[in-house]
Design a protein around this ligand. Structure first.
Ligand code: NAD
Length: 356
């Protein structure tokens, strides 16, 4: 089990260190190798995704990624900016499935903008297709409108398209993720209006035949958006396309109100994955020892679950995180009166202690 460790910039190294400590404490044999990425990659070799870093990521069985970016690189030309590293990794590793859990631990229910009784105990997983849909479909651009009432005017246009293989493989990821959870999958589409999503719905229905133990429902995206804020706990796993997933996963993330708590995974067809917190490099608090490491620690748990099939060990980490929250420990981003404020390293040590 070889893991490429890419801490990146800002708070990346601080939070990744805590996740590495947790992985080392599990008693499994992981081979870990570290490499610079993002601004750190640019400083080391003039490119945000140095060749050696990409080679390491491609050879490894999984990648643990911190975060990239810093304001001081904002003046660099776009291909050299730190954020290009993550796009390059997604493309080169063929990471087409983005898994974003939205979990709200009962102890943090006050952090949500929704009423505690609506969100407390929320635990849903959004599986978003990441490399297709209207974001990548061609042709696209601005042209002279060829027909209709606006003929001759300039018009902007994009192309929504999904190949059967793209839908099948994301559906398999979603059904398999549901099998590891409550075995309920909601496929979100707009089949009532869009041909692409009628096709999506038909293919997902067909793939369902291979997963009779999972309960499948189809839901239109407008209804799904409404249900996410009305009764989010009714969902288990949601699978959808790139654009709908982009919007719904951010809405779901905000239900939890705490960006420092949310892990994510991006997987290829063989469950090789890149695991990272959903937040960025937080340059405003970098080096202060106050960043919340829990999203990164929970990303490591996702790695064990999805890339290494170490479900027991993943549960151990997640239970340890629940334990430290129940014990009242909080980094400043999730602090409330009556709890104990701790820094990054202290939070990491508390998770280690709760593991054993
Ligand atoms: P951000 O997520 O880094 O920070 C937003 C706010 O949340 C800040 O106030 C920050 O202090 C806080 N925050 C984030 N993570 C936290 C944590 N673990 N603990 C406590 N507080 C935390 O987003 P931003 O400020 O918009 O972007 C900063 C940099 O990160 C930019 O360069 C951006 O491009 C980059 N970025 C990188 C990724 C990535 O690496 N995948 C994702 C998003 C943004």
């Amino acid at each position: 089990m070889k893991i490429a460790i890419l801490p990146g910039d800002g708070i990346g190294p601080e939070i990744v260190e805590q996740a590495v400590n947790v992985l080392n404490a599990l008693g499994e044999t992981f081979e870990m190798e570290m490499a610079p990425v993002g601004g750190a990659g640019y400083e080391a070799s003039g490119h945000p995704l140095p060749d050696n870093t990409l080679k390491l990521a491609m050879e490894a069985d999984a990648v643990l990624f911190g975060a990239v970016g810093d304001w001081k690189y904002d003046t660099l030309e776009r291909p050299l900016r730190p954020e290009q590293a993550i796009l390059g990794l997604r493309k080169n590793l063929n990471l087409f499935a983005n898994l974003r859990p939205a979990i709200l631990y009962p102890e943090l229910a006050g952090a949500s903008t929704l009423k505690p009784e609506i969100v407390s105990g929320l635990d849903i997983l959004i599986v978003r297709e990441l490399t297709g849909d209207i974001y990548f479909g061609k042709p696209r651009g601005v042209r002279e409108c060829p027909d209709g009432p606006f003929k001759g005017e300039r018009e902007g246009f994009d192309t929504m398209r999904y190949a059967e293989t793209e839908i099948r493989r994301i559906a398999h990821v979603a059904f398999q993720a549901a099998q590891k959870r409550d075995k309920r999958l909601t496929s979100v589409d707009k089949a009532n209006v869009l041909e692409t999503f009628q096709f999506w719905k038909d293919i997902v229905t067909d793939v369902h035949k291979e997963y009779p133990d999972v309960q499948l429902e189809h839901m239109y995206v407008d209804n799904a958006a409404m249900q996410l804020v009305r009764a989010p706990k009714k969902f288990d796993v949601i699978v959808t396309g790139n654009m709908f997933g982009d919007i719904l996963s951010d809405a779901a993330a905000m239900l939890t109100g705490s960006i420092g708590m949310l892990p994510s995974a991006s997987l290829d067809a063989k469950n090789k994955g890149l695991y990272e917190p959903s937040h960025g490099s937080a340059p405003d608090i970098a080096g202060k020892g106050v960043a919340n490491p829990l999203a990164t620690i929970l990303s490591a748990a996702m790695m064990l679950r999805y890339s290494f099939n170490l479900t027991e060990q993943a549960n151990r980490i997640e239970n340890a995180v629940k334990q430290v929250l129940a014990n009242g420990l909080r980094t400043p981003d999730i602090y409330e009166a009556g709890t104990t404020k701790v820094g990054t390293a202290e939070m990491g040590r508390a998770v280690l202690a709760a593991l054993s």
